[in-house]
Design a protein around this ligand. Sequence first.
Ligand SMILES: [Zn+2]
Length: 298
Amino acid sequence: MIRLGVDLGGTKTEIIALDERRTELLRRREATPAGDYDAIIALLVRLVRETEMEVGKRGSVGVGTPGALSPATGRIRNSNSACLNGRSLKSDLERALGREIRLANDANCFALSEATDGAARVSPVAFGVILGTGVGGGVVVNGQVVGGASAIAGEWGHNALPWPRAEELPGPRCYCGKTGCIETFLSGPGLAADHLAVTGEQLAAEAIAARAATNEAASQTLARYESRLARGLASVINVLDPHVIVLGGGLSNIDRLYTNVPKLLREWVFSDVVETRLVRNYHGDSSGVRGAALLWEN
Ligand SMILES: [Zn+2]
């Protein structure tokens, strides 16, 4: 039996086929039809059919998506791909494909991939973090995703930034309706907005990171980011105390986070020692789509 994973992103949709040993047989990426739910369903069905044709086998199908299914309605909510919200994505896709599928939040899929055979393998409790266009998180305990009672476990991005400083209040407005959410500070757009507000310089997050080694203003922007990331993660550690925190998403490529943030945690974690390791993902860009396939691991 092969396992297919689909990562349904806001701008791109990726499919992967894994064999029994989790070896990648095929991977393909296409643009996500913007704002068109029916076209998204059609794309997912076509990708699954074409992949199965190409590898010559039928597979299980796991799907990672922003947001999650509401246990109350069976419909997607909390997705920043707004056209998915209110839609019965799982049952619509099952009807279209004629089989049961498994569907999970994309950050949960990322955490599952890293905990299964990536940077968090053999860690009993792992917290996976996406620092990208948005900020998400997923909890994996003993190799199993912890979905939670309301299917929001790990969703730390829309908590308020902990231990805020005066200049961080009330914080930027968030699409969720609140202000000062962790996501508004720690996402790529959040980092860029902070740099713009302080320096007047309009730069994308990657450009700020690239410049930080030689440019004092960019370096200070990253220092503010590191302080906020440390506070955000310290509040997670105080609740979950994971053995490892794995970073994913575009901002996880900033090397200095892995040396600077651990030093800052001590100030906020309610413990004499912080044994939680902060590590970079192992599977890179393919972690989310692998994790979707691995929803059928157990
Ligand atoms: Zn929010």
